[in-house]
Design a protein around this ligand. Structure first.
Ligand SMILES: [Zn+2]
Length: 185
């Protein structure tokens, strides 16, 4: 079972969408400790340094974080310090939402322009009218008759989600801002 997230924000959400739980750990470590180095993140998350670097480079490639090269005075070599780019995070999140919106609109178009038939068995798929005719109104999987399927609830749910996404995309300033929390002592 996945641990419950106690603290969510756009960056953590995006990190999770990009790469799952390990990305979420790195994202949280970065938010908790601004300008962390790879090593600091590795020790904060318990992840191996190579894994942390791979994740950081990926987030950097996607412009979600920036890197500053600084000299480590103790060891006299250069290290990178990483920082979240809140504006880019919003852009990235919006592009994900836009893609989802387009998919939902295509699905809505499909749902509203077809008549569906179903056998009533939850494991069997819905059929379009054309398919139902081809199967002579008998479910090819379970053998039960295919009857008209009322998809109004599906359409309602799609409309609701589409409206919600459109609202969110219209008002980007309302999106939850990234909070950079000071290091906990
Ligand atoms: Zn069936």
């Amino acid at each position: 079972m996945l641990p419950k997230l106690e603290y969510e924000d756009s960056f953590v959400k995006v990190a999770g969408l990009v790469g799952g739980e390990e990305y979420v750990k790195v994202a949280r470590a970065l938010l908790n400790n601004i300008d962390s180095t790879d090593e600091e993140i590795a020790s904060a998350t318990g992840l191996k340094i190579n894994k942390v670097r791979r994740i950081l480079y990926d987030l950097y490639d996607k412009s979600l974080i920036s890197a500053v090269r600084v000299r480590d005075p103790k060891r006299d070599w250069y290290v990178y310090r990483w920082r979240v780019q809140p504006d880019q995070v919003e852009v990235f999140l919006n592009s994900i939402k836009q893609k989802l919106l387009n998919r939902l609109k295509t699905k809505l178009e499909y749902e509203t322009s077809h008549q569906f038939y179903h056998c009533g068995s939850p494991t069997c798929p819905k059929r379009t009218f054309e398919e139902a005719v081809d199967y002579m109104f008998i479910c090819p999987e379970c053998g039960n008759p295919l009857r008209p399927f009322d998809n109004r609830e599906v359409i309602e749910a799609l409309n609701w989600k589409i409206k919600q996404l459109e609202e969110e995309l219209k008002t980007p300033t309302k999106a939850k801002k990234i909070e950079i929390r000071p290091e906990e002592t």
